[in-house]
Design a protein around this ligand. Structure first.
Ligand SMILES: [Zn+2]
Length: 215
């Protein structure tokens, strides 16, 4: 079996990193793509059993788009999706999916990619590497966009995923997020995750709460 993680960028003008883990949860591929066609070539070659995408893959119940001029409206009073409310209650910050989102480009790209992949028969889950990091490595991480933050992350990552050594050059923050996404997919296959939110709206999959860190 193999498990793919994708750190999706908001546009095909920028690279999106993807990582592939094998049955043992060991890294066997790390690279990036721009257009989704490039990703499809990789998928045909590797046929992952589960694909975890770091991007919102669903809209709040009641919304069919994020356009403020459209009359569609959320069914629930809360801000964003149920999964995002659960993250907030865990004190894990995220962007709420609303018509005023500042990441609409990424959300639309995520929705499109999910639809494309599922139409081709792939199993897809939504993940959130920041939550994965907080749950696995604790909330006290050095700032993300610093050399210290990256060194911390790579050190922690090497404690849970093997096979990182040949891919050091791709292990920037986006590459690490792709590996964390793939690792969350691997945990999900092993029944060691929790799915936040509700099925009818869409889950965010995170490492099982209070589970011991596996190595
Ligand atoms: Zn609408």
């Amino acid at each position: 079996m193999s498990f793919m993680g994708i750190d999706l960028s908001s546009s095909s003008k920028r690279g999106s990193y993807f990582a592939l883990l094998d049955t043992e949860g060991s890294l066997i591929y790390l690279d990036s793509f721009k257009a989704v066609d490039e990703l499809m070539d990789v998928l045909r070659a590797h046929s992952p059993d589960l694909i975890a995408i770091d991007a919102p893959l669903s809209l709040p119940l009641g919304l069919d788009c994020l356009e403020e001029e459209c009359p569609c409206a959320p069914m629930l009073e809360q801000k964003g999706r149920m999964s995002e409310q659960e993250l907030a209650s865990m004190h894990i910050g995220c962007f709420f999916t609303t018509k005023r989102s500042i990441i609409k480009g990424l959300i639309y790209r995520g929705l499109d990619l999910r639809r494309d992949l599922e139409a081709k028969g792939y199993r897809v889950i939504e993940v959130y590497p920041y939550a994965t990091k907080v749950l696995l490595f604790g909330g006290k991480m050095p700032p993300k966009n610093t050399a210290r933050g990256l060194a911390f992350l790579k050190d922690k990552l090497s404690g849970v995923v093997t096979g990182l050594a040949p891919y050091q050059s791709g292990l920037n923050h986006h590459g690490c997020d792709a590996v964390l996404s793939a690792y969350t997919a691997w945990l999900h296959q092993g029944d060691r995750t929790d799915s936040l939110g509700a099925r009818e709206e869409g889950h965010i999959v995170v490492p099982q709460l209070l589970a011991p860190v596996l190595s």
